[in-house]
Design a protein around this ligand. Structure first.
Ligand code: NDP
Length: 295
């Protein structure tokens, strides 16, 4: 199949592209700079600039572009977070509507769309989106798919938890304190902490791309949701390190601002759509997902 990837230079984009190419698929990478390889095509999502003809009859468009949400959310940076996701998706959607053969259009999205701190409530794709900055971003991000859906494309939004891999910047940051013997739960530890192994994330994206029965939002999180306490214990065990040093919530808020709620807020999400369409996780438990990430 022919895939067009936006955000292909990022951590997730590189992993997906590697897997697709290894299986013989064709990958065209959209870049914002001058192309430096035959499999790159320049676009300018800030201006909505992408030549549909240059995509040359793709089967699947995937948007994994988005400015890093781990930086302080100043008013200007909030705009960057939002626009880097919405404009990339709407540029791809506009191109999709111009193609003779409607492609599948998939965008990354986030589990933060359900809201900030939702306790024990089970979150499936049928749950309402919540309140807060990231929920508003998710509404616009996923809403940008609409023109393509209306034009007959199959569309999907990947509501992804934290993707675990030893090379993932987020996982490196989470595991660093453990490696130096200072690991511990984050905040209360009772909050549900949605994660998935990189291997299962890549498999899930391909399941969505290849399976006509999958439409709309798709949660990509462990089918057995774990709390931060369970994540902490599994990580400490896998690294053969103690986990005695809890990180107080207020300290995290001081250091990370509102982003801290992405780690402190509870989100008990279930991958209902993946499982109801036949997807089987290789790493369904937090311990197996962490072992896979460390391998
Ligand atoms: P990275 O930061 O590794 O990669 C981000 C990608 O987005 C890069 O290819 C970058 O391209 C592109 N990008 C950055 N800023 C802009 C911008 N202003 N306009 C257009 N493109 C831009 O992120 P990940 O690969 O980890 O994640 C990809 C997406 O998935 C992000 O939206 C992220 O929030 C989301 N996500 C990630 C999770 C994770 O655990 N990693 C979990 C849930 C969601 P360039 O090289 O041109 O700068």
């Amino acid at each position: 199949m022919k895939y067009v990837l936006a955000g292909a230079s990022g951590f997730l984009g590189r992993a997906l592209a590697r897997d697709l190419v290894a299986d013989g698929h064709q990958v065209l990478r959209l870049v914002r700079r001058a192309p430096s390889a035959p499999d790159e095509l320049r676009w300018d999502p800030a201006r909505g600039d992408l030549d549909p003809a240059a995509l040359d009859d793709p089967d699947v468009l995937v948007n994994l572009a988005g400015a890093n949400i781990g930086r302080p959310w100043t008013p200007t940076y909030r705009m960057t977070i939002r626009e880097s996701r919405v404009r990339t998706t709407s540029t791809l959607a506009a191109a999709a509507t111009q193609l003779d053969r409607p492609p599948v259009l998939i965008t990354q999205s986030g589990i933060g769309g359900y809201g900030t701190d939702l306790g024990d409530r089970i979150l499936t794709e049928d749950s309402d989106l919540g309140d807060g900055f990231l929920a508003d971003v998710v509404r616009l991000w996923e809403g940008a798919l609409e023109p393509a859906r209306a034009a007959g494309c199959r569309v999907a939004a990947l509501r992804t938890g934290v993707v675990l891999d030893r090379k993932a910047p987020a996982f490196q940051l989470l595991s660093l304190p453990f490696r130096i013997g200072l690991g511990g739960r984050l905040g209360p530890g009772t909050q549900y902490f949605p994660v998935v192994s990189l291997i299962d994330w890549v498999r899930a994206v391909r399941h969505v791309a290849e399976n006509d029965a999958v439409n709309g939002p798709v949660n990509i999180t462990l089918p057995t949701p774990a709390t931060n306490n369970e994540f902490t214990e599994a990580l400490a065990t896998a690294l053969h390190r103690p986990s005695f040093v809890p990180v107080p919530g207020p300290l995290m808020q001081l250091a990370l601002g509102e982003f801290a709620w992405e780690l402190l807020g509870s989100k008990r999400a279930l991958p209902t759509r993946l499982q109801s369409t036949g997807f089987a996780f290789h790493h369904p438990q937090v311990a197996t997902a962490i072992s896979a990430a460390l391998t």
